[in-house]
Design a protein around this ligand. Structure first.
Ligand code: NDP
Ligand code: GUE
Length: 303
């Protein structure tokens, strides 16, 4: 039996990061400025802290200007809005990311709408969503996880994805919907499945490309996946792992990885698949945002 291709997100992220580093050095040489990223974290969510630390580390490694604002969970909405106003007006900050989810007393969409679209490195502002869905993605900032997932697909299958059947499982604003928009623009035939989808296994069996973004550990079984299909597992689920020691945990995706190995064409592991791409695409967006704000926009998108 042939082994499936393991899509090495960590290695691909490293090549993307090198390219960002080169371009950031060019920007520094011509403008004297470094891309600046502000990450805002409200409340103490241990999972979010891992991601925020990793963003901070990667930004520092690339020589970006990086600031982190950690606010208590009890922070009032008006205080958060005020901070965003300050970051919007700060010329050294080119990208603003507010870690989600926010505590329930804060109106998430109100916060996201206040971020200047040109600084919205998550790509969640309605202006960026509109540019992406209306086919003007070269002028948008594109959400990091779907954009990173698309790069993994192109590195695996080649740049022409046209005509392939793609099934996206999940319809969130962060992953599922923008992923579907991107694949549609690549001329895939796109199906978006969700919790009300009937006969999910059969829907998935028709897919050449499966993107799983559900948040349910190993929900998608191996025998739902067509022979030779490419699987992008976005899910990150932390399960207890007593075998590793008391209180230890392990990460698993939304796809039963081992059951897929005998017949898929290629698959991303968890960890080491989509996650590392999310972080580097955030850096790519921060660089793009900085170049545009400093009057040095790219002739064409970097990625
Ligand atoms: N690797 C990375 O960089 C990132 C990973 N993630 C991970 O990806 C996963 C998804 O995240 P996110 O999109 O934010 O999650 P959400 O909870 O916002 O969305 C989950 C989606 O899955 C659908 N769903 C839930 N149960 C089922 C089911 N039984 N069958 C089919 N569809 C179902 C929901 O449907 P409905 O709309 O009908 O409720 C919803 O659309 C999580 O594990 C998250 O941790 C997220 C962001 C980045
Ligand atoms: N405004 C906002 N933007 C986001 O992009 C955003 C967010 N909020 N909230 C939470 C989710 C989740 N997310 C991840 C980023 C990196 C990894 C990552 O690097 N994962 C590593 C493993 C990390 C570990 O060991 O925990 C991997 O998969 O290899 C995972 C998940 C971004 N999100």
């Amino acid at each position: 039996m042939t082994q499936p291709t393991l899509i090495d997100g960590k290695a691909i992220a490293a090549t993307v990061r090198d390219e960002i580093g080169r371009r950031a050095s060019e920007l520094l040489a011509s403008t004297g400025k470094r891309p600046g990223l502000a990450v805002v974290l409200v409340g103490e969510d241990p999972a979010s802290e891992v991601y925020v630390r990793s963003k901070d580390r990667t930004a520092n490694e690339l020589g970006f200007h990086s600031v982190k604002h950690t606010l208590p969970a009890s922070t009032g909405e008006s205080h958060l809005l005020e901070l965003i106003g300050t970051l919007n007006d700060d010329p050294d900050i080119h990208g603003i990311l507010v870690q989600l989810p926010l505590p329930s007393h804060i109106d998430e969409s109100k916060v996201l709408r206040l971020i200047k679209p040109e600084k919205d490195v998550d790509g969640f502002h309605p202006v960026n969503v509109g540019l992406l869905t209306s086919g003007e993605k070269d002028h948008a900032l594109i959400p990091c996880t779907p954009h990173g997932s698309l790069i993994l697909l192109k590195r695996t299958l080649g740049s022409d994805l046209s005509g392939l059947n793609a099934v996206v499982v999940g319809r969130s604003n962060i992953v599922g919907k923008p992923m579907a928009s991107l694949l549609l623009q690549e001329s895939c035939t796109v199906t978006v499945a969700h919790s009300r989808t009937k006969d999910l296994p059969d829907v998935i069996r028709a897919a050449d490309i499966v993107v799983a973004a559900v948040g349910r550990p190993e929900m998608i079984r191996g025998d739902w996946i067509k022979r030779g299909a490419t699987v992008i597992d976005v899910g990150i689920n932390r399960l207890p792992a007593p075998e590793k020691g008391e209180g230890k945990t392990r990460l698993v995706g939304d796809v039963a990885f081992r059951e897929c190995q005998s017949h898929v064409g290629a698959i991303t592991p968890v960890p080491g698949g989509v996650g590392p791409m999310t972080i580097v695409m955030l850096m790519a967006n921060t660089l793009t945002a900085a170049r545009r704000q400093l009057g040095f926009p790219e002739d064409k998108p970097i990625f």
